[in-house]
Design a protein around this ligand. Sequence first.
Ligand SMILES: [Fe+2]
Length: 198
Amino acid sequence: MTIEQKAFPLEGKVDGFLSEKSLTEHRDVLYKGYVAQYNAIQTALAAADVSKANPHYSEWGELKRRETWAHNGVLLHELYFENIGGKGTQPGPKTIEHINRDFGSLDNFKAQLLSAGKVAPVGWAVWAYSFLDMKTHIYVVEMHQNHTPWGVIPLLILDEFEHAYYLDYATKRADYLAKFWESLNWNAVEARMGWINQ
Ligand SMILES: [Fe+2]
């Protein structure tokens, strides 16, 4: 089953955060590439010989190993693009309720989120609701698939791959993180609160 690339009209929405060149490269080349790679893997899986699977090497097995990379690469980018470009928006009531309950205050949440954005050499910071304890946590994911928790609902996504910021911020990742916070689209985050069924 193949997937379709989604449209994210970000032009003019990220004033002061990222340049249009950076965003369009990110969306129209890299994200587009993940969608294409995911579809290519699905097509190849359908044609590969599943009977050859083993712990060492098989075409089907190697495609399976890459499937989560492409899957998460698509999904995390879509969630990231949705939750930026909202400069001036404020955290909604359900967002604030979860932040205050699980982090004590918005300041603590911000400190943890932006600190998480400094941890992975290449990866993501993810605020998510966990079925393990029915609370929200900030997770650090390396690459797209390593250290990824299971049983969580993603609420807010921060891309910390160098491709997300290097064109505009070079080595100053902390400056990118500060501007990311200003650009957060809290309306998108609040809408995801509806994914939590409790
Ligand atoms: Fe990215």
